[in-house]
Design a protein around this ligand. Structure first.
Ligand SMILES: C[S@@+](CC[C@H](N)C(=O)[O-])C[C@H]1O[C@@H](n2cnc3c(N)ncnc32)[C@H](O)[C@@H]1O
Length: 272
């Protein structure tokens, strides 16, 4: 994986700093999946285990796969610290799950993870391949041009970046119904077996403010770090910062010093 820009993007910062705001919603997502003990679950683009940890606590046998080595390490440390022997993390690419056998998992989950892998048709094919017939795939995907938090942070960040290379497919295209149907269709799943519904995810902290949350994006979240670097080169870093802080402050519902920001996403459930 030498010179893999997708891997470099996510290893650049430290996503665990953002994930600290996602723990409660990660638990809510895990509980909504109704896993049963011993169920075999794959969490793709799992980060440090926002959903993988609560799924393992519910008794599932969970494998987390992520492209970023630092996040895999962080996840494995959490699993050991929590004594979760039914949870492990390994490095891998959602577009090519070469170490994973066919028809194995009861549930393949990817919450804002596989959407960031290039080659979306290969991602869909791989998710279908590793899920057993009768099993499920569940994806959480951000929605392009949605007015809520993450879509706006990504939109603002990319406006400060040079144009992407030719042929680049935006991760946000995973939030569009026709694309989702087409990608799973190419992987052999008819559209009747793909359900899509808008859902809300919350970024929450009792003691860190919306402004601090944005500073963490600027310091540790690969896509925003790249935007800050590009903005620094043309003297626009203050403008970028103000736009991001404005989104976070206006969208936070917290009544005190903390942060509570809702964000709309597309929840996709595929019956395999
Ligand atoms: C926004 S984070 C979400 C992490 C986690 N699912 C969570 O809810 O905290 C996106 C994750 O996708 C991972 N990722 C990006 N491209 C990937 C790929 N091609 N294969 C596997 N993971 C990937 C990143 O390393 C990162 O951990």
């Amino acid at each position: 994986m030498i010179n893999n820009p997708n891997k470099a993007l996510w290893e650049k910062g430290d996503f665990t700093k953002i994930a600290a705001f996602m723990r409660q919603s990660g638990e809510v997502v895990a509980e909504s999946l109704h896993v049963t003990p011993q169920m075999k679950v794959l969490d793709l683009g799992c980060g440090d285990g926002t959903t993988a940890v609560p799924l393992a606590r519910l008794g599932a046998r969970v494998l987390g796969i992520d492209i970023a080595r630092n996040l895999v390490e962080a996840g494995n440390k959490r699993a050991v610290a929590l004594g979760l022997r039914n949870l492990r993390f390994q490095e891998g690419d959602a577009s090519n799950l070469q170490d994973v056998v066919d028809n194995y998992f009861d549930l393949t989950l990817s919450v804002f993870g596989a959407m960031f892998a290039p080659k979306p048709f290969e991602v869909a094919r791989e998710m279908v391949r590793v899920t057993r017939p009768g099993g499920r795939i569940v994806m959480g995907n951000w929605i392009p041009n949605d007015p809520t938090f993450v879509s706006q942070v990504l939109k603002i960040s990319s406006a400060f970046m040079p144009p992407p290379p030719e042929g680049f497919i935006s991760p946000m295209t995973w939030g569009v119904e026709n694309n989702i149907i087409e990608r799973f269709g190419e992987a052999g799943v008819p559209k009747e077996k793909v359900a899509m519904v808008k859902d809300t995810y919350y970024f929450a902290s009792a003691d860190q403010s919306p402004t601090r949350f944005i500073e963490l994006f600027e310091l540790f979240y690969g896509p925003t770090m790249n935007a800050v670097e590009a903005a620094q080169k043309n003297g626009k870093v203050g403008e970028l910062h103000n736009l991001l802080v404005d989104v976070a402050k206006t969208q936070s519902k917290s009544k005190d010093v903390g942060t509570l920001i809702p964000a709309t996403f597309m929840r996709v459930t595929v019956s395999v």
